[in-house]
Design a protein around this ligand. Structure first.
Ligand SMILES: C[S@@+](CC[C@H](N)C(=O)[O-])C[C@H]1O[C@@H](n2cnc3c(N)ncnc32)[C@H](O)[C@@H]1O
Length: 156
């Protein structure tokens, strides 16, 4: 979900050819880019144009998402180079972590086993709290190579 260019989904399919992978994004441009990248890499992946879960009709074992997670305030202070990226890909809302709650809440109906999120370096605790609020189990926060919180996993 929020697949963008499809980098995460493509890498997963490449490493695990036997699993069924579906990518979704609200941006048709992003999804077309992900499709092109899948074609270039000979990977068979499904693509779904969807505002979060709106057009997701199947259930899945695992959800992986790198949603927009920068706050509106942080956005204003970003390096100018990042303004080349679509704002839709970066800003998660006034607080930055709004997408996590939306996805975490709705995932309970569509996802059977686990969810994984990329997170901002300072969002580990807040995302953990949201996961606890919706009764997820076995919540883990992982660090990147610089030692910053970078992704979380949780079981349904
Ligand atoms: C941080 S980018 C993902 C980048 C991706 N990891 C990559 O490698 O390209 C966030 C993505 O979320 C998508 N997005 C934003 N709002 C969305 C929504 N409501 N539903 C689905 N996707 C959304 C954006 O279009 C963007 O592609």
């Amino acid at each position: 979900m929020c697949t963008g260019t499809g980098a995460i989904a493509l890498a997963i399919k490449e490493e695990n050819p036997l699993i069924h992978v579906a990518c979704s994004d609200v941006s048709e441009d992003a999804l077309n880019l992900a499709k092109e990248n899948a074609k270039l890499n000979n990977l068979s992946i499904n693509f779904i144009l969807s505002d979060l879960f709106e057009n997701i009709n199947e259930t899945y074992d695992i959800l992986i998402s790198n949603p927009p997670y920068i706050s509106s305030e942080e956005y204003m202070g970003l390096d100018k180079d990042l303004f080349k990226e679509p704002k839709l890909a970066l800003v998660g809302g006034t607080l930055g972590y709004e997408y996590y709650e939306k996805i975490i809440k709705q995932a309970r109906e569509k996802i059977k086993r686990m969810i994984f999120f990329e997170i901002g370096y300072d969002q580990g605790n807040i995302v953990k709290e949201i996961l606890e609020k919706y009764k997820y189990k076995d919540i883990k926060i992982y660090k990147d190579l610089e030692g910053f919180d970078r992704f979380v996993s949780a079981c349904i």
